[in-house]
Design a protein around this ligand. Structure first.
Ligand code: NAI
Ligand code: MG
Length: 353
């Protein structure tokens, strides 16, 4: 039976790059008789919000919940507050579908120039906690009528929340023959929530005696990402720390245009969602020059999640070949090609593999 995929192209460059990802998946479907996939597109995003006053229908989550996976473009539009696009679309999907693992590979493909002089391979996985942490809507503004105005924004760290992301990371490490997991913390200064994070991570690590646990303060860890990126294998981080670390990591391996992600529901009781880590890129939207590689690679992560590791690898190999050949690339990678040309070049490679 066919995999059922909900496609949410969103705003800005989201639709452009998502179209190319779907193109590559359609090519695989034609080529491989054992692989079937069907798409249903949902036009939710800023245009929908401007027309309807809400960013998705009231029963939006119900409409999505029976799909095998979601392929998401990006949302964000200057006519709509970011808190609407983030808190009324992305966050409800991540939280309600219990996509508590945000997986973000940091891998330098052959042919990608890193801003670092260091030529060692960079290839590690960051697991960002995706359901709680610093991105909470708990808190508020106080003393609004006085001159001393104050804002409080609470972080939520639960034992269960840390346990499940840590377990996922250690299981991944074990399955993939990794020897070390690095935890991002700041328990020297954030003494309540980050201490609980540390305690729970250490407890989980005890069940995986053959895997080393390294714990670094986030500020130092950011520096180590630049100084010795080759030393990382698996990194776990809270929602905010992971968000920042992965944009930094992306910059080391070619930038946002080539950096994929998956929002994973490990239990499989709801669909997982796959998206490039970049946003809607209003500065280049409509110009046809957005790099589709991040979104095509996200589609590859989706196939891996659906159990087709073979097809996932075929897509990443095709991407790597196109980058290495170097004559069909978008401007962010130093080329002059369009989004569609890069998508087609990757689709052609997939056909030949
Ligand atoms: P952004 O990721 O959209 O853009 C940052 C920079 O990277 C820009 O210069 C852009 O041109 C470049 N860039 C991004 N993707 C690219 C691609 N595929 N190819 C070539 N260049 C690319 O982040 P920014 O500008 O901070 O946010 C823009 C909007 O996107 C905001 O409304 C923000 O809230 C939203 N956003 C949405 C996300 C999502 O849907 N998951 C994630 C991040 C931001
Ligand atoms: Mg981000």
């Amino acid at each position: 039976t066919a995999y059922k995929i909900a496609v949410l192209p969103g705003d800005g460059i989201g639709p452009d790059v998502t179209k190319e990802a779907v193109k590559v998946l359609e090519v695989l479907k034609k080529q491989d008789p054992t692989f079937d996939i069907v798409f249903e597109q949902f036009e939710w995003g800023s245009e929908y919000y401007l027309a309807h006053g809400h960013i998705m229908p009231e029963d939006g989550l119900d409409q999505l919940k029976n799909f095998d996976a979601i392929l998401f473009g990006a949302v964000g539009d200057k006519r709509v507050p970011d808190e609407v696009t983030i808190w009324e679309l992305i966050m409800p999907i991540r939280k309600n579908f219990q996509q508590y693992v945000n997986m973000r590979p940091i891998k330098r493909l052959a042919g990608i120039e890193s801003p670092l002089k260091n030529e060692q391979p960079i290839d590690f996985m960051v697991f960002r906690e995706n359901a709680e942490g610093e991105y909470s809507n708990i808190g508020g503004r106080l003393y609004q009528q006085h001159s001393q105005e104050m804002a409080i924004q609470n972080t939520v760290i639960t034992k269960q929340g840390v346990e499940r992301i840590a377990k996922y990371a250690f299981e991944y490490a074990q399955k993939n023959n990794k020897s070390k997991v690095t935890s991002a913390t700041k328990s020297n200064a954030i003494i309540h929530s980050m201490k609980l994070w540390d305690e729970v991570v250490e407890l989980v690590a005890k069940d995986y005696g053959d895997i080393e646990l390294e714990s670094n303060f986030i500020d130092a860890l950011a520096a180590y990402f630049v100084l010795r990126p080759e030393s990382f294998e698996v990194v776990i981080a809270s929602n905010l720390f992971g968000d920042i670390l992965t944009d930094l990591g992306a910059a080391l391996v070619g930038g946002l245009g080539v950096s994929p992600s998956g929002n994973i529901n490990p239990e499989g009781n709801f669909p997982s969602m796959f998206e490039a880590i970049h946003g809607s890129a209003p500065d280049i939207a409509g110009k046809g020059i957005a790099n589709p590689i991040a979104q095509i690679w996200s589609a590859a992560l989706m196939l891996n999640h659906l159990g087709r590791e073979d097809l996932s690898t075929a897509i990443v190999d095709a991407i790597e070949q196109v980058i290495q050949e170097g004559n069909v690339l978008t401007p962010d990678l130093g080329g002059t090609s369009t989004t569609q040309e890069v998508g087609s070049a990757i689709a052609e490679k997939v056909l030949k593999l």
